[in-house]
Design a protein around this ligand. Structure first.
Ligand code: GDP
Length: 288
């Protein structure tokens, strides 16, 4: 398997924003990703394409039908995507409002993506990591399970809206299912649902209920494996393999490729940003 290569002239991306003009972009690429690009190749691959580390094992175990590289954009595309997540005067990234019910949700024309998951799965931390290039955006991260009781809407420039849904499971609000179900079923501009699974414990009963909900409503959704820095490589491999197989055999609407992430090491965060920019129609990549 070929490791991602730095394309000739890649460094110039950071000097000449005008070169990036395939799609309309808010501004030049972030410094953070410029630093990532300077990492040794192995470290860079691990950080940007965390699933790749398991490719050999996964293929050995399961043959060639696993979808490891369904979305595998170039580093240039990933660098472009960073721009959408970087706050500037012209690209305002901000918390908009919260709602307890769909009819209180802001009426927004932009494409929307939402994040759902069990309480404590690492949802707030992941959203915070996605917004690390817009540090003034306040995403509440709490040690107490079940703190997110409302849907929180965040505007990402003029490009899309990101919605943080209340956590389900332990001490979730009583009307959680009603609220989430109605939103998932009726939100017209919802482009993709990101369903978070904790890599330490794998798919739990409450996750299965959310998966069934996504399947029943024929929603396009994506599974994100959180906290990957917390597990040994062996444990993570087991989870990745199990969940990839689960996606392949038990789901219709789930994107075939799992997205492992860590809000601590930032592993997988850049790839996820690129995926979001892509599926909201803002960035065409060669990766799909
Ligand atoms: P939420 O209830 O789903 O919003 O979960 P939080 O984001 O509040 O995270 C729950 C707990 O897991 C907190 O103690 C976080 O610090 C921790 N956590 C979240 N993401 C990660 C991660 O990627 N790595 C590690 N090691 N801990 C994490």
């Amino acid at each position: 398997m070929a490791a991602p290569r730095l394309l000739p002239g890649m460094g110039k991306l950071f000097e000449m924003p005008a070169m990036l003009g395939r799609v309309s972009r808010p501004h030049s690429t972030s410094h953070a990703f410029a630093e990532v690009l300077r990492l040794p190749k192995r470290q860079l691959t691990k950080l940007v394409f965390p699933l790749q580390e398991f490719e050999r094992h996964l293929l050995q175990d399961s043959g060639s039908d696993l979808h490891l590289k369904t979305f595998h954009p170039s580093l240039e595309d990933i660098a472009r995507a960073e721009g959408f997540f970087t706050a500037t005067a012209r690209n305002r990234i901000e918390y908009l409002s919260s709602a307890e019910r769909l009819d209180h949700a802001p009426d927004l024309p932009r494409p929307e993506v939402c994040f759902i998951g069990r309480s404590n799965v690492g949802k707030s931390s992941l959203i915070k990591a996605l917004f690390s290039l817009a540090p003034e955006v306040e995403v509440r991260v709490s040690k107490k399970p079940g703190h997110t009781k409302k849907m929180n809407f965040f505007k990402v420039g003029k490009y899309f809206t990101l919605v943080d849904m209340p956590g389900y499971g332990y001490r979730a609000p009583e009307d959680f299912v009603d609220m989430v179900e109605t939103y998932l079923k009726e939100r017209k501009n919802l482009m993709r649902t990101f369903l978070l699974v904790d890599s330490v414990v794998g798919i739990q009963k409450a996750d299965n209920i959310a998966i069934e909900m996504c399947e029943e409503f024929a929603l396009p959704y994506v599974m994100v494996l959180t906290k990957i820095d917390k597990s040994s490589k062996g444990h993570l491999l087991k989870q990745v393999l199990q969940i990839q197989k689960f996606i392949d055999t038990n789901t219709q609407g789930c994107f075939p490729q799992l997205f492992p992430v860590s809000a601590v090491t930032y592993s997988g965060i850049h790839l996820l940003r690129c995926f979001i920019a892509n599926i909201t129609g803002n960035l065409k990549t060669n990766g799909t």
